[in-house]
Structures are given as C-alpha cells and as structure tokens.
Design a protein around this ligand. Structure first.
Ligand SMILES: Nc1ncnc2c1ncn2[C@@H]1O[C@H](COP(=O)(O)OP(=O)(O)OP(=O)(O)O)[C@@H](O)[C@H]1O
Ligand SMILES: O=C(O)C1=C[C@@H](O)[C@@H](O)[C@H](O)C1
Ligand SMILES: [Mg+2]
Length: 169
C-alpha cells in the first residue's frame, strides 16, 4: 500500500473529526485529532490560546504538533481547518499519508457549526467569515490526493468513498 496514514483536511465543519472517527473504526487505524492534541499539550483550549497568544503562536504549535504526529504510522489524522496554510505543513502531510480534502458549501458549514464560540476565526459573523475563509483558502486545500464533496452526503457515505480510494492506493 502506498499510503498508510490518512490525513483529513478541510474547513471547519466539513466533517474531519466525524469522518475520521468512522474511518478509524472501519480500518483499525488510530484517530488523532490535531486540535485536541494541541489543546491537551498546551493545557488550555484553542480559543484560550488564540485569545492569550494570538494566531501566529497557535500556528507554530500546530506546525510542531503536525510534524511530530506524522512521524507515527497507522493513524487517521483530523487536522485543523487552517493547518494547510503553511507550505511546510502541506509538504509534511503529502509525505505522511493519503491526504483527503473534505468540501462543503458555506451554507452547509454554517448549519453544521452554528455560532460555535469554540471556533475563534468565526467570531463576528460566521456566514461572512466562512465565505471569506473558503475563498482565501481554496488554493491551499487543492494539494490533496483526493477531494470529496460532502454536501448532501452522510458522514458514513463520505467515509465509504474515502475507503474505496484508500484500499485501492
Ligand atoms: N457529512 C455530514 N453531513 C452532515 N453533518 C455532518 C457531516 N459530517 C459532519 N457533520 C456534522 O457537522 C458538525 C461538524 O463536524 P466535525 O466536527 O466532524 O467537523 P470538523 O471538520 O472536524 O470541524 P473542525 O475543523 O472545527 O474541527 C458535527 O455536528 C457533525 O455531526
Ligand atoms: O480554520 C482554522 O483556521 C481553524 C480551525 C480549527 O480546526 C482550529 O484549528 C482553529 O480554530 C483554527
Ligand atoms: Mg474537528
């Protein structure tokens, strides 16, 4: 098999954690959620890190955690929505596993995440922020080996689609 790890990328609310957990259950790979790992290692929540230290500090923690995590084998890695922003991260992901981008429309993302205060980058108008971030980041998500449109599909359908590719890769 060419790729052992599966790396899920995509905007907030595209289903990385949900689909990642289904993939882990189906394959026996271990689910690692990068946001959860960063928060656990820092001993505080992601909104707290953003508020106290700023986004650049969070991105440094994220890059370091990503690099370390990708040294593991046999994982499904659900990354944070902005983990693709740095080129070094994109290269590490492509080297580290089958990179799958999950896509959804801004309207669908809004329904899924609501006005969640746990997502600092959506503060001050979730719909506008989601639309702007999707536009800003569309090139950054395009490096994936596989892109799956999740609109109108259940998380189970999305996971099944990914597994077909994973098993054939
Ligand atoms: N294919 C889907 N169809 C409908 N709802 C979904 C789908 N996938 C996930 N969801 C729901 O959308 C919400 C967000 O999903 P999830 O937390 O998995 O996204 P995420 O990509 O991990 O977001 P974040 O980047 O913020 O961690 C959850 O309530 C989840 O149940
Ligand atoms: O899209 C983003 O930039 C983010 C997404 C979340 O997963 C977290 O990593 C954090 O809230 C930043
Ligand atoms: Mg998640």
């Amino acid at each position: 098999m060419l790729h052992y790890n599966i790396v899920l990328i995509g905007m907030m609310g595209t289903g990385k954690t949900t689909v990642g957990s289904l993939l882990a259950a189906e394959t026996g790979l271990k689910l690692v959620d990068l946001d959860q790992r960063i928060a656990m290692e820092a001993g505080r929540s992601i909104p707290d890190i953003f508020a106290a230290e700023g986004e650049a500090y969070f991105r440094d923690l994220e890059s370091a955690a990503l690099r370390r995590t990708l040294q593991e084998q046999g994982i499904v890695l659900a990354t944070g929505g902005g983990a693709v922003l740095r080129e070094e991260n994109r290269l590490a992901m492509r080297d580290g596993g089958l990179v799958v981008a999950l896509q959804a429309t801004a309207d669908e993302i809004l329904v899924r995440v609501g006005e969640d205060p746990g997502r600092p980058l959506l503060a001050g108008g979730a719909k506008e922020r989601i639309t702007a971030l999707l536009e800003e980041r569309k090139d950054a998500y395009a490096f994936a080996h596989l892109t799956v449109d999740t609109s109108g599909k259940s998380a189970e359908q999305v996971a099944a689609e990914i597994l077909t590719h994973y098993r054939g890769s």
